[in-house]
Design a protein around this ligand. Structure first.
Ligand code: SF4
Ligand code: SF4
Length: 126
């Protein structure tokens, strides 16, 4: 059987919208507070994929036309050339956990704290 061919056919240019930027996992109280503040803005989200952290800025590339085609295809940046199906958002989720609001990040911080506490407790009792 021939392997399935993955193409961009039918995709509304998902990778040309919403700028994904790798960030360092927040560590200090200030880091968490900063990220929380960024999530106050309706165009900003954060997510985790394979344990790596990313910031997502909603918007569309200025070179995407109304037919969802790249108008500078021949001179598009390398990052666009390297982004191909099926390893892209059209063929699956790009995140494991997403934070759309400060409250969601707060809930994650609390959950992580609880997990750490339980781990500590277990290691002390064993
Ligand atoms: S690489 Fe993926 S997300 Fe980007 S246009 Fe093609 S199918 Fe859509
Ligand atoms: S330069 Fe072209 S391929 Fe790259 S994000 Fe913009 S529209 Fe998409």
């Amino acid at each position: 059987m021939k392997p399935k061919k993955y193409t961009c056919e039918g995709c509304p240019g998902l990778c040309c919208s919403d700028l994904e930027e790798s960030i360092t996992k927040p560590r200090t109280i200030d880091d968490w507070d900063n990220l929380k503040w960024e999530l106050h803005f309706s165009n900003t989200k954060a997510f985790i994929r394979n344990r790596r952290w990313y910031k997502l800025t909603l918007g569309t590339c200025i070179y995407l036309d109304e037919n969802k085609r790249c108008t500078i295809y021949e001179r598009r940046p390398q990052v666009c050339r390297d982004h191909n199906p099926p390893g892209c958002e059209f063929y699956g989720s790009i995140y494991d956990t997403i934070f759309e609001t400060p409250e969601q990040l707060d809930a994650y911080i609390k959950k992580e704290k609880r997990k750490r506490k339980n781990k500590k407790r277990k290691s002390v009792s064993s």
